[in-house]
Write a protein that binds this ligand. Structure first.
Ligand SMILES: *[C@@H]1O[C@H](CO)[C@@H](O)[C@H](O)[C@H]1NC(C)=O
Ligand SMILES: *[C@@H]1O[C@H](CO)[C@@H](O)[C@H](O)[C@H]1NC(C)=O
Ligand SMILES: *[C@@H]1O[C@H](CO)[C@@H](O)[C@H](O)[C@H]1NC(C)=O
Ligand SMILES: *[C@@H]1O[C@H](CO)[C@@H](O)[C@H](O)[C@H]1NC(C)=O
Ligand SMILES: *[C@@H]1O[C@H](CO)[C@@H](O)[C@H](O)[C@H]1NC(C)=O
Length: 685
């Protein structure tokens, strides 16, 4: 550390003019920049207050981060629409990774102004670190030094044995107010700090929000019951029983997906998996029985993220079905094209499954700048929320966290999720921006909408998986994350009703899978965090005008602290979920070498990933780029999908939402008509 007396004296000279201001009003050179909102909900779970402790030792070292004002953060959505909206002149003109970084990077003058102020104040320039996306500056400085730089006072803040540091307000030089977004620690607390000066309470308990963790995976559920239903006889043998035994051939028939394709390098789709791990034996058994054209041993290219490893033996406790089935569906429909599997996070983290955040380490691996990206008061991964590497525990991944190790695929399928409410809003906003950046670069991200209808799976904090608030007790619908992010495509599930065939209309997936899963149904509803995006406005207002569900509702405020207001059970002004859907019922596949019937929106995301991959290839063959963020095209060409008009997703003691004509919060716009979608995308630039 280069903080000699010389450096400190230089600083003192610069701020001498403001000397009296630390305990009083700042001099005219400085302006108040941020003040803590005493009733704010910013710091994760607001109901568990941090207790302010003593002032910090002036010589303690503060890991200071200065977030710089990013140029185009509010223009991101506009830019995404320019490249994704078929009516735009720039449709299809995706950006390169470097262009995306430049778009969001603070202007050079911002960086220069803050940097030179620090150097003038005596900070050793070689100690100032700047990150690839130019979003922030980092320096480790003594407390007294930072207090003088920002005319502030740092205090310890303690909660349940965890200590963070922060201040109630701080100031910045007037000429830098337009360049500095915020500082950490500031009115936002630091990451947890080890402080000898604080006496650990004897009854230190674990952070509460971790108790709220729940299984993040939406495992396709296995149905043991044999349904005695009459198969139809008017179809080819392979297609006679799709309502009871859904296979790849049923997918092809229902959605008119071609049997042959020309694999174009660079179009290999990817699946995200974490915790659950595929077994080659299961994949082989599946192919042998249901897709015999796929050679034994065919497998995805495994890309490990932070210690993730695959495959495992069929009887491994880590082989629980999700990966087997995602791979089965994709491999069958895109063969002879191959696919990529991102196996994310080390076994210690995935087994404990007690970090409330996820997907950040995956995104770090795809975009190096995301590792340090600052937005909404959060820089990089959140300690205690995201896994952190190197993981020094025995058996942990001891390497450095991957940053930008892999190039994002054109299509990414994710069949995992949790409740929107399970991560802090700012954490989610920051992550959602990253999906926007991938969309700008031409990647399509497909995410399952969840399997518990208008709610989430039951868990420790809520037996029902429903929300409480404003005096209500587990009666409020609970939208999912990451699926409510408006910059990705949310995929719900459908089913062939008992006794019907691929020639009949599908309904929304809804089935009683026994205790704990009585309300197994296509996830759908309205976000509490995101407003209705422009591409969805017409569809959602038409839904409310023609098919108002009739439930009481509220309009969520900016920090979603009024959930349940006026007896409302959903946010009338939220982004609607899902966008689209596909079959997710009675799918036949092997897990632990046993051939079962699988259900879930988990199946629908890889189905759509296959469809988009095949369309991208057809476009590539005529020299066109990947389709990227597909929602604007889909909402403006709804007739290229089969509208699903039956079924519903009840939960939380009420009837949920109903699948109706047009878009609905159960099945979205509906299921793919492959030839129609292909035609549209071949015509578009
Ligand atoms: C700045 O820091 C570097 C690296 O710690 C050190 O080599 C150098 O002497 C320092 N310069 C001054 C002026 O303190
Ligand atoms: C199809 O599913 C039904 C109901 O689960 C089952 O009884 C039957 O054996 C299955 N048919 C085949 C060929 O596996
Ligand atoms: C896999 O199947 C075998 C044989 O039925 C069984 O003994 C084993 O417990 C199963 N493994 C898991 C993880 O369920
Ligand atoms: C998660 O669980 C592991 C193993 O039970 C435990 O060692 C660790 O402290 C827990 N982490 C958090 C953040 O709760
Ligand atoms: C909410 O309902 C549950 C189940 O009926 C009950 O056990 C619990 O005490 C209720 N909580 C409140 C705050 O009323």
């Amino acid at each position: 550390m280069g903080y000699s007396l010389r450096a400190f004296l230089a600083l003192a000279a610069v701020v001498a003019v403001t000397d009296s201001s630390v305990n009083g009003l700042p001099s005219t050179n400085y302006v108040l920049h941020e003040t803590r909102n005493p009733t704010g909900t910013g710091e994760f779970n607001s109901h568990r207050q941090w207790k302010r402790g003593s002032r910090l030792d002036p010589n303690a070292i503060v890991p200071l981060r200065i977030g710089l004002v990013q140029s185009n953060i509010d223009l991101g959505y506009e830019k995404l629409m320019q490249v994704s909206d078929p009516s735009s002149e720039s449709f299809g003109s995706h950006l390169s990774e470097a262009e995306v970084h430049d778009l969001f990077a603070p202007a050079d003058e911002t960086f220069d102004a803050v940097h030179s102020w620090l150097v003038e104040a005596g900070v050793n320039a070689s100690d100032i670190r700047q990150y690839a996306n130019k979003g922030w500056l980092a320096i480790d400085l003594p407390v007294s030094y930072v207090e003088d730089l920002f005319l502030t006072q740092y205090h310890e803040h303690e909660r349940e044995g965890v200590v963070k540091i922060g201040c109630d307000e701080y100031h910045v030089p007037k000429h830098l107010a337009q360049h500095i977004d915020y500082i950490v620690p500031g009115v936002k607390l630091s990451p947890p700090m080890l402080k000898r000066s604080i006496e650990k309470r004897a009854d230190t308990s674990v952070n509460n929000y971790r108790k709220g963790w729940k299984p993040k995976q939406m495992p396709p559920a296995l149905l043991d019951l044999e349904k005695a239903l009459a198969p139809s006889s008017k179809l080819p043998k392979d297609l006679q029983d799709c309502a009871r035994n859904f296979t790849a051939i049923c997918y092809r028939a229902l959605y008119q997906i071609p049997e042959v394709n020309v694999p174009v390098p660079g179009n290999e789709p990817a699946v995200f998996e974490s915790g659950d791990t595929f077994s080659q034996q299961d994949i082989d058994s599946y192919s042998q029985k249901y897709a015999s054209y796929i050679p034994k041993g065919t497998h995805p290219k495994v890309l490990s993220v932070d210690g993730g490893k695959a495959p495992v033996a069929a009887n491994s406790p880590f082989n629980t079905g999700e990966s087997d089935i995602d791979i089965d569906i994709l491999q069958t429909l895109i063969w002879p094209q191959s696919m990529v599997l991102y196996q994310v996070d080390d076994r210690l983290y995935t087994t404990a499954n007690n970090m409330s955040g996820f997907l950040n380490t995956f995104l770090d691996a795809l975009d190096g700048s995301y590792c340090h990206y600052s937005a909404y008061g959060i820089s990089g991964d959140s300690p205690g929320v995201d896994p952190s590497y190197p993981d020094k525990r025995p058996g942990g991944y001891a390497g450095q966290k991957l940053c930008g190790a892999y190039k994002p695929n054109k299509v990414i399928s994710i069949s995992y999720g949790e409740g929107e409410i399970d991560v802090p809003k700012n954490y989610f906003l920051r992550q959602c921006n990253e999906w926007l950046k991938l969309g700008l670069q031409g990647t399509t991200v497909l995410v399952s909408s969840g399997d518990y209808g208008a709610a989430m799976p039951p868990h420790e904090d809520s037996d029902s998986g429903c929300l409480s608030g404003s005096g209500q007790n587990q009666t409020i619908y609970n939208p999912g994350n990451p699926v409510s992010c408006p910059y990705l495509t949310a995929v719900g599930a459908t089913q062939l009703e008992p006794g019907t065939t691929v020639l009949d209309a599908e309904g929304a997936m809804q089935t009683n899978l026994g205790p704990g899963a009585e309300f197994f149904a296509s996830g759908g509803g309205f976000s509490n965090y995101f407003p209705i995006p422009s591409y969805q406005k017409t569809a959602v207002s038409s839904y409310f005008a023609k098919h108002d569900p009739g439930h009481p509702y509220y309009v969520a405020n900016s920090d979603a602290s009024n959930i349940g207001e006026n007896g409302g059970i959903y946010n009338r002004a939220g982004r609607g979920i899902p966008d689209i859907s596909a079959n997710g019922a009675n799918f036949r596949a092997f897990n632990n070498q046993s051939d079962g019937h699988w259900f879930g929106t988990s199946l629908a995301a890889p189905l759509w990933a296959s469809v988009i991959t095949l369309i991208n290839q057809e476009r590539a063959l005529i020299g066109k780029k990947s389709v990227g963020f597909i929602n604007p095209v889909l909402y403006s060409h709804a007739s290229a999908l089969t509208d699903i008009k039956q079924g519903s997703n009840p939960n939380c003691g009420t009837s949920g939402f109903t699948a109706v004509e047009g878009w609905d919060p159960v099945t979205g716009l509906g299921t793919p008509k492959y030839p129609d979608l292909l035609k549209i995308w071949l015509e578009l630039p």
